[in-house]
Design a protein around this ligand. Structure first.
Ligand code: SAH
Length: 198
């Protein structure tokens, strides 16, 4: 298949992801930060994520990474595009459910509320799951050994180092309410008990 198909899907998906995030990012920037846990590690991880995102754009717009290209096949391309669409849907749902409580980083906002409805009723980190599904899809769509998996690896690193501190921060803020919420939900997949209540 012509790599232009991959480039078109990636550009379109990026535009949609930016459009989904834009109003939530704006609202988040307008809501004062009550508490921040954005340490040096978090800053480094966000920079790595930004660098790998840039790598994707370099592959789309320039021939610099062509040495690591491989042929694009229809099956991974279609499976990848489907994963990207599911990831985008999950991203949109998570943003809608999280509302004004969203932050790019480890921060509590003024009047922060614990969200336990919608997708958050079953999973504690649906937005991270959305990125995993989306980036798995992107790695299938993007036929390059470097740019293909880079974003997903950066997300894995971010998740591995962030999820523990994030849950500790939430527990400090909401105490037993968050403890009970943790007991009823899974990090990335629903607990069986919570599914039965669905
Ligand atoms: N980890 C979540 C949220 C990502 S946005 C997800 O993957 O869906 C990151 C910010 O969301 C964190 O800094 C925290 O302030 C906030 N947050 C995480 N879980 C939350 C919840 N259940 N209710 C309210 N805010 C939450």
């Amino acid at each position: 298949m012509n790599p232009l198909y991959a480039k078109s899907v990636i550009v379109l998906a990026n535009v949609l992801m930016i459009a989904i995030r834009a109003p939530h990012g704006r609202r988040s920037r307008e809501t004062p930060v009550a508490k921040s846990r954005k340490g040096a590690m978090e800053v480094v991880l966000l920079k790595i994520a930004l660098a790998t995102y840039f790598l994707t754009l370099v592959w789309v717009a320039t021939p610099f990474l062509a040495f690591a290209d491989y042929p694009l096949h229809p099956v991974p391309f279609c499976a990848g595009a489907l994963c990207m669409a599911i990831g985008m849907w999950l991203f949109r749902q998570s943003h809608n459910d999280l509302g004004a409580n969203f932050s790019m980083s480890l921060e509590m906002r003024k009047r922060h509320q614990l969200v336990t409805h919608g997708i958050y009723r079953h999973i504690r980190h649906p937005m991270y799951l959305a990125f995993f599904v989306y980036l798995t899809g992107q790695s299938l769509v993007l036929p390059n050994w470097l740019a293909g998996p880079a974003d997903g690896v950066a997300m894995l690193l971010l998740f591995a180092f962030r999820v523990g501190p994030e849950e500790r921060m939430m527990f400090e803020e909401f105490g037993t309410e968050y403890g009970q919420y943790m007991a009823a939900t899974g990090r990335l997949t629903p607990r069986l008990r919570s599914l039965r209540r669905w």
